[in-house]
Design a protein around this ligand. Sequence first.
Ligand code: SAH
Ligand code: SF4
Length: 355
Amino acid sequence: MKKSIYGLTIDQLTDWLVEHGQKKFRAQQVWDWLYTKRVDSFSEMKNVNKDCLELLDEHFAIQTLKQAVKQESEDGTIKFLFELEDGNLIETVLMSFHYGLSVCVTTQVGCNIGCSFCASGLLKKNRDLNSGEIVGQIMQVQKFLDGRGQDERVSHIVVMGIGEPFDNYTNLMNFLRVVNDPKGLAIGARHITVSTSGLAHKIYDFADENLQVNLALSLHAPNDELRTQIMKINRAFPIAKLMEALDYYLDKTNRRVTIEYILLKDVNDHQKEALELARLLEKRRHLTYVNLIPYNPVDEHGQYQRSEPEAIRTFFDTLKKKGIHCGVRMELGTDIDAACGQLRSKQIKKRKSAV
Ligand code: SAH
Ligand code: SF4
C-alpha cells in the first residue's frame, strides 16, 4: 500500500525529490498543486515533468481516506466517517463558528488511555494514524468545502478526535508542520489546539518545539483520588507531575493553556471540587482558562450523566469568584453523535451485526 504524500513536510518532500534525482524547485511546484490547487491525481500537475510525476505516482498516493458516512446536524456541524486503506474507520468533524470553520481530527484508531467516560476508549488502540492520514482528514474536509463553491476554508483545527495525540507524537508534529506551512494550507498555529489526557513527559517536549500551537489539558478532576477513578492514566501521571509539566510549559512558552473539565453529575461537579480546582490553579490563573464541558452521554457508560444546569452554573460561579478564567463549552452536533468516538463505535457495531 502506498502512503499518502500529504504526510511529508515541504523539507521532507524536497529531500526525497533530490535523493531521487529531481531538481529542488519541483518540491514547491508539487506542494502548490497539492495544497493550493488541491488536485486529486499527480497527472493533473501540469508544470511538473513527466518522469517526476511517474516517480511520485510509483511511490505515493495523494489521498488514502475514503468517505464512508457523512452526517449533517441542524446547527451546520458535519461529521465525516472515513475508511482507511486497511478498512479501519475514523471520525472527523467540521464545526462552524462565528470566527471561522474548525475541524476536529483523529490521531489514532481507538485509544489506549481508556478514560472511563469516553466512547473512543471503549475500543483499544488498533494503530496510530500516519501523518498523511491526519493531514488527509483536513484535505477531505477542505475539498468538500471547495465543492460547495463558496470560497470557504478550514481556518481552525482542534486535535480532539479519537486517540491520544501525544501517544503518536512524531506523526502529530509532522501533521502540524504540514497544515501550518505558509505556502500550503497556511492554517495559523494560534488557530490550532492539541488536547492531551496528560502525558507529562510529552508536555515538556511540546513546550520545547517552539511552535505557537495551543495546548489543552484534559484534567477533569482536581485531586488524584477522583482523577484516577475516572482516568486511569492518572496513576502514571498524577496531578503533581502534570502541574510540574504545565509550569514548565507556561514558563517556556508564556502561552495560555486550556484546562478541560467535563462535568459529570454527582461525580466531579460539587462545589468542593470547584474550590479545589480553583486552589490548584490559583498561582497559574493568569495563564490558564478552564473550559467546562457538559458531558455528552455515551450509551456504554451509563454510570455517567450530564450535570444539572444548576450545578454547572454554581461550579462556574465558584471558579469565577476565585478569579479563575473559565467558560462553558458551547455544544455543537449533539444530534449527530458528535462526542468523540460515538459515530465510529455505532458504525462498527452496525457493521458487526451486518456480518
Ligand atoms: N485524547 C485527548 C484528545 C481527544 S478527547 C484527550 O483526552 O484530551 C478530546 C476531549 O473530549 C477531552 O477533553 C475528552 O476528555 C473529551 N471527551 C471525551 N468523551 C467525552 C464525552 N462523552 N463528552 C464530553 N467530552 C468528552
Ligand atoms: Fe483517549 Fe482522550 Fe478518550 Fe481518554 S478522553 S479515552 S485519552 S480519546
